[in-house]
Every structure is written in structure tokens, then in C-alpha cells.
Design a protein around this ligand. Structure first.
Ligand SMILES: [Zn+2]
Length: 96
């Protein structure tokens, strides 16, 4: 008599579903923006499939341009796309 092999304990662990923009070799670091803790993710040029407006210079980050995504840890929906250079210069931004 045949025995059906069912062995749920050894099933492969399902991968966590990730948003598409984390599916590459993405570097994630934590930093802060105006005292708010944020996660900073590096977007490779081939991952940049949409154009975004950079909050640092208010210019467009075009498709295919490597940039950074800044995600507030407490409010992940409020993420922003920055040019790398604008992000690194943000501390020098002085509102007049
Ligand atoms: Zn910019």
C-alpha cells in the first residue's frame, strides 16, 4: 500500500515578500532627517523605473538614475527619493 508523503514540517520556508525596489543588491542604512530616524536605501540605476522629485533641490530624479530612498521609521509611507548629493548636503541646507 502506498503512503502519501506529507511532511509539512520540512517544507521550505516561504520567503518574505519584499517591495520590488528592495529586490536588488540594495544597501540599507539608518540615519536621521531633521532629528527623525530614517532608513536610507540605495536605489541602483536599473531599479529606478520612475521619476521622482528630490526634496533637496526640487528637481526631477529621472528614470535610470541611481538615488536614495529615505523612509521614516515611524511613518514608512512618507518616503522620499533624494539625489545622493542632495542627501549628503542636507545638513548644510539652511532655511532663511
Ligand atoms: Zn536633488
Amino acid at each position: 500500500m502506498k503512503k502519501a508523503r506529507s511532511n509539512p514540517g520540512s517544507r521550505r520556508r516561504p520567503r518574505p515578500r519584499l517591495p520590488e525596489w528592495t529586490s536588488g543588491p540594495t544597501t540599507t542604512t539608518t540615519d536621521d532627517l531633521d532629528g527623525v530616524p530614517v532608513e536610507v536605501r540605495t536605489i541602483q540605476p536599473y531599479q529606478a523605473v520612475k521619476a521622482y522629485t528630490c526634496p533637496g533641490c526640487h528637481s526631477i530624479i529621472g528614470e535610470g538614475t541611481g538615488h536614495l530612498v529615505v523612509v521614516p521609521l515611524l511613518d514608512p509611507d512618507d518616503r522620499r527619493h533624494w539625489h545622493r548629493s542632495c542627501w549628503s548636503r542636507r545638513h548644510r541646507r539652511r532655511p532663511r
